[in-house]
Design a protein around this ligand. Structure first.
Ligand code: ACO
Length: 351
């Protein structure tokens, strides 16, 4: 059977390591609160000027080298991000140019934390239909453009002015969200061949009825003009999040979709050798693991080190698992994610 294989992987993070304690320089928070509620210990932020496509280019170069292909063999780019360099055009074409590839098709996906899994499914369809032979799939994010503070040097410990009491209070307004995210990119090279190994099944869902539980109010064409000075002053360019609503949805939908996907593919949940869930909150993933009764050695989490990197979390975790020997030939790997939209879904891979 023609199946899609992941030939190579790679990832990069932003240039600045930011520990939880560092965040206390710009907002009212604490290492204890962040660790306890989310499991996050640190994250990386880009230096000023580094964009989503810059991170994507670095991750793609690693994935290309890891796969052993010539970059000119890539004949399709699928790019998942919710933090594109520009409102338009999308990141896929910019990445094609930065990598020095010939003109090839390049599409952007806007499925946030489920973007990478949607990307796998779409890539799988393109490859097995013969529309593409070698796909570069990227999940990349620079979230720092959402952050409300301006005191970057102070945050990075590079001197610079400390926030005033008023600025600290403003920055803290968004602290339930801003502490969660980090900047990073993950990439992989995909190809289909006659094999028993490879991607064996997907189950994807979207339900927009509760999209306001996690969205960015301004910067969209639902209003005219699509961004105003007042939007910026009011912080409407920063995501709004019903944290508890998202949490509840994630701990319900993710086990549900895994069970359903396993059933439709004739495998038992207990046969999953490695579960790689989107890294939004360690407590969410612990709950999913408990619901599915999976032992620790079959679940991989790395949110402690990177925070939530949205479309990049799954390729980063998979790269770490592959390179540390946690993915063995014949293993059943399950990817699962849920994010803004809401979009959620899962994929099964026979390694
Ligand atoms: N530091 C210190 N205190 C804080 C912080 C912070 N960073 N953030 C919030 N608090 C305070 C609040 O002000 C509140 O104080 P109060 O009780 O005095 O009013 C208290 O902590 C509890 O706040 P809650 O928001 O109710 O905290 P909760 O237990 O719900 O945890 C969290 C918040 C971690 C955000 C959780 O709801 C969560 O992880 N939800 C899922 C979010 C998620 O996954 N989002 C990303 C989805 S991915 C995507 O698609 C982009």
């Amino acid at each position: 059977m023609l199946r899609t294989q992941i030939l190579g992987t790679g990832f990069v993070v932003g240039e600045h390591l930011v520990k939880n304690d560092d965040l206390t320089r710009v907002m009212d928070t604490s290492d204890a609160w962040i660790r306890e509620r989310s499991g996050i210990e640190q994250r990386y932020y880009v230096k000023d000027g580094t964009t989503t496509t810059d991170l994507a280019q670095r991750a793609a170069e690693k994935a290309i080298a890891d796969s052993g292909i010539d970059k000119n063999e890539i004949d399709y780019i699928v790019f998942a991000t919710m933090t594109p360099d520009h409102y338009f055009p999308g990141c896929g074409g910019i990445l094609q140019s930065k990598l020095g590839l010939k003109p090839i098709p390049a599409v952007d996906l806007r499925q946030q934390c489920t973007g990478f899994i949607y990307g796998l499914q779409i890539s799988d369809a393109l490859l097995r239909s013969g529309a593409a032979k070698t796909i570069l799939l990227v999940g990349a994010e620079v979230h720092t453009g959402f952050m409300p503070w301006t005191q970057w040097d102070h945050l990075f410990g590079l001197g610079g002015e400390a926030p005033t009491a008023e600025q600290l209070a403003w920055n803290s307004t968004f602290r339930d969200r801003t502490v969660l995210f980090g900047d990073a990119a993950g990439a992989c090279i995909l190809r289909a061949s006659e094999s028993k190994s490879g991607l064996i099944g997907f189950e994807m869902h979207s339900d927009g009825s509760a999209y306001k539980d996690l969205y960015v109010p301004a910067g969209g064409f639902a209003q005219r003009p699509y961004i105003t000075e007042e939007d910026y002053r009011a912080g409407r360019h920063i995501p709004v999040m019903n944290g508890r609503g998202v949490f509840k949805m994630a701990v319900t939908r993710m086990p549900e979709v895994i069970r359903s996907l396993c059933k439709s593919n004739g495998v038992e949940v207990e046969q999953i050798d490695l579960l790689i869930a989107h890294q939004a909150n360690l407590r969410i993933n612990e709950s999913v693991q408990k619901t599915l009764s999976l032992p620790n050695e079959r679940v991989y989490n790395n949110i402690q080190s990177y925070g939530n990197t949205t479309a990049a979390t799954i390729p980063i975790a998979f790269d770490e698992c592959r390179k540390s020997g946690r993915v063995k030939s014949g293993n059943l790997v399950c990817f699962v994610g849920l994010g803004a939209g809401f979009h959620w879904g899962a994929a099964l891979l026979r390694a």
